[in-house]
Each structure stands twice: as C-alpha cells, then as structure tokens.
Design a protein around this ligand. Structure first.
Ligand SMILES: [Zn+2]
Length: 275
C-alpha cells in the first residue's frame, strides 16, 4: 500500500488553494501545473473528480469500513490529539458512519431528490481535493456524507501512522475527564471551550466533538451516533442521552476506560426524559 506524504511542505499547494490568512479563497486558486504535479505525486491532491452512483459509493464505504477496525481508527484519533494530524482524526467519524451504513439501493420518495436512507443523490461527482483539504484542515466536516466517508477511509489506509505517544495519551485522558464532568444539556460551544487544552483552534475542537458524537463515545443530545442516524427513515426518534458512553469508549479507545468498567457493568450514561 502506497502512503501519502502528510508533511506541511507536501500539503502547501492543497492548503493555499482553498485557504488564506483571511479564510476561504473564493474562488479557489488554481495551482501551477508543476505544483499540482508534485502534490499529486505526494498523494495529497487528485487530477480529476471522482464520479459514482449511489450504490458504488455505498459499496466503497462499506468495503473500506470492513477493512478497518474500531481500534485502528481509535488509535489514530488518539495520535491526532498531540500530533495535530487532523487527517488521522477524521477516520473515527467516517468509520462510525460507514460501518452503520446498511446495504441498500437508492430509495427516493416523492418530494425528495435524495435517498431517504443515507441522504445521497443518485449520482455525484466528488471534488476529492476539497474533501482532502477539509480532512487535513479540520479533521473532515462531512463525515455523514457517504462519498466523504468512503474517500476518507480509503485515504486512511494510505496514511502514515506512528501510534499514540505518551503526550497523546495524556491529552486523551484529560479530554475524557473533561467530557465526563460536563453537565447534561451543555451547549456545544461551552463543551468546545472546556476542551481548550487540546492543541488546535475552535473549529477543530468543534469537529472533534462531532466525531466523538458520531462514534457514540460522547452522547451530546444535539448529535446522535451514526448508528442511530442511519437506522432508517422510519426510525423512532431516540430519547436524547448525555455523557461519555463507556461501552463505545471501550470499543474505540479501550486504554481510556475507567478502572472496573469491564464488559457487563452498568453504563454510567444519563438518559434524559423527553419533555
Ligand atoms: Zn442511500
């Protein structure tokens, strides 16, 4: 498996294409052919869009999820905390979505141009550069879109990784302790501020919370785990739940479990009755 080069030098063309010190570049800056060639050779940019039908993207997402494990994306999430390798952080959210994705055909209902199961259009042509930009810049922003989840997990298989180091683990333990201490109903902004000890900016911390919520590790009320979001168009609305879900934590990030939180112990998660 060929790896891509995640160094700032290799990423410079991709990052400056879409972003400046003032924010988004609209329209994006077209790179010089030589710069584009180097970025493509480094594996971080792409020379064409990728078209696919609904079923192709679903199959790609499910296939890549089956080739990855919860522990593998969990370890990459941990490594992202101190290293600021946001590309490694993204895979946890995409894995949670892709794993929960049922094998299904495009189900269009009257009045909806997209599939009611997964939200995809029947056909799409994806600009892989912008997906990769978002991946490296924020840890992804559209994990819930099937083409992104498929692309992200394919890239994850090509991502150089060293595994979490002691500083990553220290940050991770602090992160989970802070999340455990947050009150039910805490707004996302306050939760993001509470994890300000993590290297990165506010937008990156926002995405981090989304990723944990999609994986079901942190039950936040305002974002359901992917497994519930993809339970089908006619699913009952689940009651909001709050807190760190020890069962999901054990699956993805076992090193961070509370002592004694072995399989079979009661979940310390708080279920808040609907008003
Ligand atoms: Zn669908």
């Amino acid at each position: 498996m060929d790896h891509y080069d995640p160094s700032p030098k290799a990423l410079r063309t991709l990052m400056t294409m879409y972003w400046s010190a003032q924010g988004w570049r609209t329209p994006p800056v077209t790179p010089a052919p030589a710069d584009l060639g180097r970025a493509v050779a480094a594996g971080v940019m792409f020379d064409r869009k990728r078209s696919g039908g609904h079923d192709e993207w679903v199959a790609a997402a499910r296939r890549t999820a089956a080739q990855t494990s919860a522990r593998e994306v969990g370890d990459a999430f941990l490594e992202s905390l101190g290293s600021r390798r946001l590309d490694l952080r993204s895979a946890l959210g995409s894995y949670a979505v892709a794993r929960a994705l049922p094998d299904h055909g495009c189900e269009i209902r009257p009045g909806n141009p997209w599939c009611v199961v997964c939200g995809q259009y029947p056909e799409s042509a994806e600009d892989l550069d912008i997906l990769n930009f978002e991946r490296f810049k924020w840890g992804g922003v559209r994990h819930y879109q099937v083409p992104y989840a498929a692309f992200d997990l394919e890239q994850f298989a090509r991502a150089p990784r060293r595994g979490p180091d002691p500083e990553d683990m220290r940050l991770a333990r602090e992160l989970v302790e802070v999340l455990r201490g947050l009150p039910p109903g805490v707004p996302k902004g306050r939760a993001a501020a509470a994890i300000g000890m993590l290297p990165g900016n506010r937008d990156q911390r926002d995405v981090l919370l989304d990723v944990l919520a999609l994986a079901g590790i942190w039950r936040a009320g305002w974002c359901s785990p992917a497994a519930e979001l993809l339970a089908g168009p006619d699913r009952p609305d689940p009651a909001p739940m709050w807190g760190v879900d020890e069962r999901a934590l054990r699956e993805y990030l076992p090193a961070l479990c509370q002592p004694g939180a072995a399989a079979g112990t009661p979940e310390p998660i708080l279920r808040v009755p609907r008003r």
